[in-house]
Ligand binder design. Sequence first.
Ligand code: NAP
Length: 331
Amino acid sequence: MTDGAQDDGCPYRPIIGFYHAAHCQGKDLFARIAVFVRLTGEAPLTATILDGKALSETIRAEVALEAAEFIAKTGVTPCLAAVLVGGDPASQVYVRNKQKACEKAGLLSQLHRPPAETTTEVLLALIDRLNRDPAVHGILVQLPLPKQIQETRVLEAIAPLKDVDAFHPENVGRIVQNRPRFLPCTPLGIQQLLLRNNIPIAKANVVVVGRSDIVGKPMAIMLMQRGPGGDATVTVCHSRTRDLPALTRAADILIVAIGKAKFLTADMVKPGAVVIDVGINRTDDGLVGDVDFEAVREVAGRITPVPGGVGPLTIAMLLHNTLAAARLQQG
Ligand code: NAP
């Protein structure tokens, strides 16, 4: 990390030294703007907010419309079965929100709640039952699972046609080969946010920070694929990356998914870049992302807030995938 914003808390320091000085000497806002415009010939940068909540409502309305048409044509109502093991409060909230979203879109939902001390075998038997139930079209196992459960065995047991989270190796393989059946909900939501805000992806330098199977890895693969929503040049960073700020500063689109509150600071962002904050961190100050929002918004061109950014899109794309699963199973 450079000597950036943390040193004196000034978000302008990394943009332009003189502007930073004017800011910190307490000149009024107009004086600061005048300094910036005189030096750069441009208006100061304050990022436009990328409103994930509003877009999620649009997508949910689209799914509701398509679901109604599908139900009228086939007589089949798409159904998502959620499996929630134990009583983790955050997981309970996530599952409840997903169920409510299903209902609002005219889809059915089921909730299966094995106790925290359940075994892998019991869970596999439940998944087998849901796989064979023709009334269930999508299966979602809420993660994380308790330590005694073999997570990989459980996720691999989900029938690939009902795998709405796209975690099954068959679906992951299809994504890598650019012939996806389902795309994982969070990366798909981010891709939609970029596309529907007319943010150029093709030829862009994209930096993804985080390499999880759920977000970072599929996100990087999707944006590097040939075709619409892809054709970016993607760099993936992680905890062992050397000189992370040098890489993030080269990004036109910067996607951060690491689970560390306010980790990405203003000095790590190129002026005008698009910053997508995937992080959800519970702190004493409430829910915050992986990006130091207040400082980074003064440098970035566009930025997602937390909450109200990526989170709601994840749920919208789960509904999209549940409808897609029902279509696939209808033949
Ligand atoms: P994860 O499995 O927790 O993995 C974290 C990743 O971040 C790892 O690849 C890790 O690198 C990397 N990392 C950790 N510290 C780092 C550092 N100092 N510098 C660079 N990379 C670092 O990730 P996840 O499941 O994708 O979750 C990430 C965050 O997104 C969490 O806050 C989670 O709650 C949130 N999330 C939000 C949504 C949503 O809908 N908004 C969905 C999913 C996740 P290594 O691989 O080297 O360990």
